[in-house]
Design a protein around this ligand. Structure first.
Ligand SMILES: Cc1ncc(C[n+]2csc(CCOP(=O)(O)OP(=O)(O)O)c2C)c(N)n1
Ligand code: SF4
Length: 483
């Protein structure tokens, strides 16, 4: 009988079965000899040994390790490329009792995610970052990484990396250690058993620091990528020890808790208090009038007061104690570009401000009518700024009312009030809010007396038009009237 018992055992921090591929439930998707698998094992073991599995959240990146969540039986989140340490920040701050790890490759952390990691480290976030430096982009087939070695050939540096063209390899551990705030930064390597054991120790230490509330840790793990380096797995591992480690020497670059100035004592305020908004529901006046839930899309071009129309409606809803949302969307042009906004008035909390099927479309120009009319819910309403629909345009699923608000505004005395006329028409036709409330909002927000007078007339004109001119019916026809 042998002196040793060989135990092949998977850490309990891994799932029993990897469900990604039904036929390969004990295998990861990593290439043979890839360092990701080894790093996963070390992290899983460290979590188990520290009793942290149930509190752990792993943020996986974009890169070969994107599927880490198929393996770790912990809380899992997958972040957009480069954002893992920012997502980890959010996880930790919203769940301070959890142990949050961001796991990132060199493309993810040191290229697209440079800003995120620098700022997470600089804020001294109480998270662990496991940074896999394999000197190349693995997932995408071998593009140059910030950590690619001098002279190393990649698909984007086929001549070999040159200092005057691609710059020198980026030493993230050293760079981050120059900040005041990180607690622990070490570089380790998956080059041989001795170094792998050291890597495990470093990973465990980082997790312990977080457990103790000690602040930001980063363990840079030099790792083999035999596939892209076109090496046998053992050769790739040796290459890490003999070549990669020469450029990136192992060591502890930081190991002490930062001494930060004590922050001033700021009285804790709620957001509503800080904004000066009264949040005391009991003190809030009761809903004054009958109101109706509605979703509206206002659309036209910049300069027509599209966004303002939406804001006014939302403001009116607020006055009536409704839940409201206003979501603008516009191009870079101040004038003439397309603009639209979504407004929801609701008696319940609003899930999303985005409206894909509005009850009402207010189309202030033909382009918007053509673009958005089909999105209106069946039986919904379209208010169109013209005296009739375009000859070749038919609406069969919703009621369309044509109101030439631009012309009417000219008659009232200012082209500026076309949007207010439309608002008056909207209120009258839908009955979603009382017109008095519209006047209240205008009185509150329009300081210029002349303009306010025009606005009053505009609201009244819109109401009257709908009241007196439009025949109510099922579906509007090209002449602008409903039958
Ligand atoms: C926004 C965005 N840009 C680029 C990509 C393409 N992309 C996917 S993974 C990757 C780099 C991965 O390299 P690394 O972080 O070193 O991880 P590895 O695959 O080597 O483990 C890139 C550039 C993407 N998915 N998303
Ligand atoms: S390409 Fe490289 S980093 Fe990606 S799984 Fe294969 S060996 Fe690992």
């Amino acid at each position: 009988m042998s002196e040793y018992e060989v135990i092949h055992e998977k850490s309990p921090a891994f799932y029993d079965k990897f469900e990604r591929k039904a036929e390969l439930q004990q295998q990861t998707h990593y290439c043979p000899g890839c360092g990701h698998g080894v790093a996963h094992k070390l992290i899983a073991e460290a979590l188990t040994e520290l009793g942290l599995q149930d509190r752990a959240i792993l943020v996986s990146p974009v890169g070969c390790s994107v599927f880490a969540y198929y393996y770790f039986d912990v809380g899992n989140v997958q972040a957009a490329h480069g954002r893992a340490s920012a997502v980890a920040t959010a996880m930790k701050r919203s769940h301070p009792e959890s142990i949050v790890m961001s796991y990132q490759g060199d493309g993810d952390l040191a290229a697209i995610g440079t800003a995120e990691i620098v700022h997470a480290a600089n804020r001294g976030e109480n998270i662990c970052v496991f940074f896999i430096n394999n000197s190349i982009y693995g997932m995408t087939g071998g593009q140059m990484a910030p950590t690619t070695l001098m002279g190393q050939v990649s698909t984007t540096s086929p001549w070999g990396r040159r200092a005057n063209n691609e710059g020198l390899p980026l030493h993230m551990a050293e760079m981050l250690a120059s900040l005041e705030t990180p607690t622990y930064i070490e570089r380790v390597a998956l080059s041989d058993m001795k170094n792998i054991m050291k890597a495990k120790k470093a990973i465990k230490k980082a997790l312990q620091i977080q457990k103790d509330g000690g602040g930001f840790s980063l363990v840079e793990i030099l790792s083999p990528c035999p596939t892209i380096l076109k090496m046998d797995p053992l050769v790739a591992r040796k290459w890490v020890g003999e070549t990669l480690m020469k450029e990136f020497p192992l060591g502890v670059f930081r190991d002490h808790r930062p001494e930060l100035p004590t922050p001033p004592q700021i009285p804790v305020k709620t957001v509503a208090q800080a904004l000066g908004v009264d949040e005391d529901e009991e003190a809030a006046p009761l809903r004054r009038h009958h109101t109706r839930e509605i979703t509206v899309k206002f659309a036209g071009f910049g300069g027509q007061g599209i966004l303002l129309m939406g804001q006014m409606l939302a403001e009116m809803g607020l006055r009536e104690q409704m839940e409201v949302s206003w979501l603008p969307s516009y191009g870079p042009e101040m004038r003439s570009g397309s603009a639209h906004c979504h407004v929801t008035l609701s008696h319940e909390r609003i899930g999303s401000p985005l409206i894909s099927r509005p009850d009402v479309l207010v189309a202030m120009n033909e382009l918007s009518l053509r673009k958005f009319a089909s999105g209106v819910v069946p039986g919904g309403l379209i208010l169109y700024n013209a005296d009739k629909l375009p000859a070749d345009f038919k609406v069969t699923h919703a009621r369309a009312i044509c109101i030439p608000v631009s012309e009417m505004a000219d008659q009232i005395g200012s082209a500026k009030v076309a949007n207010v006329i439309m608002l008056g028409a909207l209120l009258e036709e839908t009955g979603c809010l009382p017109t008095d409330t519209a006047i209240d909002v205008l009185e509150h927000s329009v300081k210029n007396k002349k303009l306010l007078e025009l606005d009053r007339k505009a609201i009244a004109a819109g109401r009257d038009y709908v009241d007196t001119t439009v025949e109510v019916g099922a579906v509007a026809q090209p002449d602008g009237y409903s039958y």
